[in-house]
Design a binder for this molecule. Structure first.
Ligand SMILES: [Zn+2]
Length: 171
């Protein structure tokens, strides 16, 4: 892999042009992204096809891995750390479905540890209630389902909003 010289001095937002010794020509790359070295914090300009590969920081010589998110994020959020970016990729709909089916699971999915305090009792109660459920008539099962439904929907809606707010807070 060829390292672009003077990475720190490339103008932001402009197409990246450099003299390639490898190819013996001037190369212009319109699609590039900016990230920060994990060790020295210097701004580094990287090429799209570097995503997922390692290169040496020209400032401190640390080995830097280029995250794919550098190229998929909007310009303002390009320096977002990989952990935050992966957290913000969580689907609000998936959180809603999880909370609908298993109370609290959507909160755990959203990264809220206290969601277990809802999920574990819910699972235990469901297991305890299963033998009783088996002896119920179809009408009784229907009544319990209808009683639980508003809570299902409320929890689903709440998890959905929570993950959506997480995403807008990170943007
Ligand atoms: Zn560095």
């Amino acid at each position: 892999m060829e390292l672009i010289p003077d990475l720190g001095r490339v103008q932001k937002g402009s197409p990246l042009t450099w003299e390639s010794r490898e190819r013996g020509a001037t190369i212009t790359v319109p699609e590039n992204g900016v990230m920060h070295c994990w060790q020295c914090g210097e701004e580094l300009w990287v090429l799209r096809n570097w995503a997922g590969t390692d290169f040496e920081c020209p400032h401190c010589h640390a080995t830097v891995t280029v995250p794919a998110q550098v190229f998929s994020a909007p310009p303002a959020a390009r320096s977002t750390q990989p952990t935050q970016a992966s957290a913000s990729r969580k689907s609000p709909a998936a959180g809603a479905v999880l909370n609908f089916l298993f109370w609290g699971a959507g909160y755990v999915f959203a990264g809220r540890g206290w969601g277990w305090a809802i999920l574990v009792p819910y699972i235990l109660l469901t297991m305890v209630g299963l033998p009783a459920l088996a002896e119920m008539s179809a009408e009784q099962v229907l009544v319990w389902t209808i009683i639980g439904l508003p809570i299902d929907i409320l929890l689903a809606w709440h998890a959905y909003q929570m993950i959506k707010e997480d995403q807008s807070a990170r943007a």
